[in-house]
Design a protein around this ligand. Sequence first.
Ligand SMILES: Cc1cc2nc3c(=O)[nH]c(=O)nc-3n(C[C@H](O)[C@H](O)[C@H](O)COP(=O)(O)O)c2cc1C
Length: 215
Amino acid sequence: MQALTLSTLWKNAASVPIWRETLSPFVLWAPLLPWNDTSNPPETDLHNVPPTDLLDAASFRSLMSQFTTGVCVVSTLRKEAESTNEIAGITVNSLVSVSLDPLLVCWSLQNQSSQFDLWSGATDFTISILAEGQAELAKRYAARGSSALDAGDYVTSPGGLPVIKGALGFIECRQWSLYQAGDHTMVFGEVIGLSKAPDAKPLGFFRGDFCRIIT
Ligand SMILES: Cc1cc2nc3c(=O)[nH]c(=O)nc-3n(C[C@H](O)[C@H](O)[C@H](O)COP(=O)(O)O)c2cc1C
């Protein structure tokens, strides 16, 4: 796992979003310790940790990188012209389950993204929850400026949308609304279909690296 040095954090503070802070050497698998009834959690005495007096993007990003997430690929059919349909995908870890009535999810899209128009304009999209072993695929769809899905990476959902092969499950969504939130836009989707793989392990993301989550 890449060390988070102060200089790295400062260098990236203003311009680089939270999920990209330590991506350059990419996937070093970081197994998380099993944490169940038979093992004791490590003791962390936060009273003995000096509080930081820095309230800025770098310290916020560093703190939030302690929050382990899953990893998804959002995908859609880009309809640029009636004759050319392109299948597009982007790696995200900002998926949130929002509401049960109606069924709503959301993810956050960086306003500065070169793919902003594509994703904010997608009326129908799917969210595939990636499985352990799909870190290479996640890296591919995190590449700057590129969004086309490789033919071998997806299949078509019952609703006619691309979903990632071998994922833990997928959600078919119709865009519900967009909400401006600072330098990101929350993309809300109404769930119009879903499917869950019976038995698979998740891909995780922790401190800027992909990780294995022991279940
Ligand atoms: C693990 C991971 C999670 C990411 N999560 C998000 C996200 O939630 N929202 C987002 O807009 N971009 C996210 N990204 C970045 C995009 O995948 C992609 O790298 C970025 O959009 C590329 O830059 P561009 O949009 O300017 O071309 C994530 C990247 C990685 C590797």
